[in-house]
Design a binder for this molecule. Structure first.
Ligand code: MG
Length: 253
């Protein structure tokens, strides 16, 4: 059969109209809108905090300003970090502290403050750290006009991931971390199955956007993973600087 231009135009037009409908280029009403509604299961109802920084009803309170009883020192004894004026402050050289409870996937809120009286430079100024699962360090540092290596400044995953921006407040001012952490998963033989991931919001700004961790924090050398429990205690670092903390809470995910 000989196809003239008109026939070719007509066939093409019909094809385009049908294809357009098939791929949803034109809105169509098909059946019942309720077909795409989901009514079960419903999310659990949780009472929000009075502010976004206040713990919601389902959070585990790790420090409420009054006592540090959720924490232990490196020997498993009550901590000697100072509880004063609603704050928990590093007792320099007393050692890191860790939670009594263990956590895996979590949402964590931590408020911290580096000393108003500035002492030291680089890594020796207002250094502490939040160690997820006791191993993966989100750096705390006075990074306000205090140059150091980019993957070691505040908001870095120490010696791994550089924060997207430096949103640091001046020393002596309170800052916040809101952290979403996904724990690594290991095979039975110890090999890594899936790496840990972390999202961090500092002072309301995203500084780590769902990044993969390369392994445990290493001060020297390349990070690597070593099999550990599905849940592990959270750790705060004593880096010999009197960094203060307040309003620490965590939600298991
Ligand atoms: Mg540190």
């Amino acid at each position: 059969m000989k196809i003239n231009n008109y026939t070719r135009w007509a066939i093409t037009s019909v094809f385009l109209i049908l294809a357009g409908q098939a791929f949803g280029q034109t809105p169509r009403k098909v059946g019942d809108s309720k077909l795409t509604e989901v009514w079960a299961p419903m999310p659990k109802v949780v009472t929000a905090g009075k502010t976004d920084a206040a713990p919601p009803a389902d959070a585990v309170i790790l420090f409420d300003g009054k006592d540090a009883s959720e924490w232990l020192d490196k020997d498993g004894k009550p901590v000697t970090w100072k509880v004063e004026g609603n704050n928990l402050t590093v007792n320099p050289f007393s050692g890191d502290i860790h939670t009594k409870q263990s956590f895996g996937d979590c949402q964590l809120h931590v408020e911290w403050r580096t000393p108003a009286i500035v002492k030291g430079d680089g890594q020796d100024r207002g250094n502490s750290g939040v160690f997820l699962m006791g191993r993966y360090e989100l750096q705390i540092l006075d990074s306000y006009n205090n140059p150091t290596y980019a993957n070691g400044q505040a908001g870095s995953i120490y010696k791994q991931r550089i924060p997207l921006v430096n949103i640091s407040r001046p020393p002596g001012e309170w800052q916040s971390y809101d952290i979403i952490f996904i724990a690594p998963v290991f095979h039975n033989n110890g090999d890594l199955k899936t790496a840990a991931r972390i999202t961090v919001i500092q002072n309301g700004v995203v500084i780590q956007n769902n990044v993969e961790l390369w392994g445990e924090m290493q001060f020297v050398g390349i990070p690597f993973y070593e099999k550990h429990g599905a849940k592990e205690p959270l750790l705060l670092q004593d880096h010999h600087n009197p960094v203060s903390f307040r309003n620490i809470w965590i939600r298991e995910l």
